[in-house]
Design a protein around this ligand. Sequence first.
Ligand code: F6P
Length: 370
Amino acid sequence: MPKRKRIGILTSGGDCGGLNAVIRAVVRRARDYDMEVYGIKDATAGLMARPVEAELLDVKRVSGILRYGGTILGTVNKGNPFAYPMPDGSLVDRSAEVITGYHRLGLDALIGVGGDGSLAILRQLALQGDWNFVGIPKTIDNDVCATEYSVGFNTALSVAVEALDQLTYTAISHSRVMVMEVMGRDAGHIAISAGIAGGAHVILIPEIPYKLENVCKRIRDRKERGNNFSIVVVAEAVRTESGEPVTYTNSLGQSLYGGIGHYIGNEIALRTGIETRVMVLGHLQRGGTPSPLDRLLGAAFGVAAVDLIAQGKYDRMVAWQNRRVVDVPLAEAISQYRRVEVDGALIATAIGLNTYVGEVDPQLLRSISP
Ligand code: F6P
């Protein structure tokens, strides 16, 4: 009797809504091809562990998990095996251990669910270790190239919009400016989409420089027209007006974003005299019940990834393009970082709504006027 094909799946990088929908879809689709699926624990850390930490997943084990946030497999976002952080603070190349872990598990192929950083690392491991690898894009930041949507973005967006709705009531009640800082790493996808959907009056993203004077002008203008409140959304990677990054180093020596919301809020209060409060939405964006769209995307990507393995198509990433699931060369998907298109529909929409989104080049404005 021929040996059953054995595939692995791991989730890597920051967690997000929809990961369990991916895992469930992979297991269900694999059954159609009579493949075994091993769920690897904590991303590549599971392949580094001895014995390798992985569990055989069957349809019963994944039943109903698409409703849960996070990932049943666990994940890590600071364990690059090529520069693995050791307890003594040194960085050690442990890639060979991870590569061996794949072979010890007897895998015929591996599905890696990750953002651009994780997918790049996994591809390097696959090339060095002779793995058959397929990638699935996931990240609340939606910054993976070659796909319009990554798993997790829609859930984060829903959380951010719900938060903005709630902040608006308290802003109105107290006649305040409310500033909300959202995640997104070096891109402003969450900020621009949530800002538009949540009715923000100012949206600041890292892709567009801004002037504090014009942020405050928008808020003063609203007050003069009788609007007693304003809502400001700021992406975490926005810099100070003079271009300084706003990050902090925690007690473990990790450099993290955080603080730009307070900088903007303080400047608004100082310059307008209007009472201003700041909220950093933080990791709530990664948790919560996965949105229906993320469950759909996760399911579609999971099925498509197993289909690729069945066809023997590797070194590919599944992607969402023009209402279809397609597959693209993984090298292409990780070759660039996807930022908000400054001449795209969302910026045009925000400007059309009289939202201040920063200092957009007037030439560009003419070409994108909605
Ligand atoms: O990439 C996802 C993300 O949530 C970013 O938006 C954010 O900058 C980062 O991860 C936070 O990482 P951590 O979970 O390590 O705080």
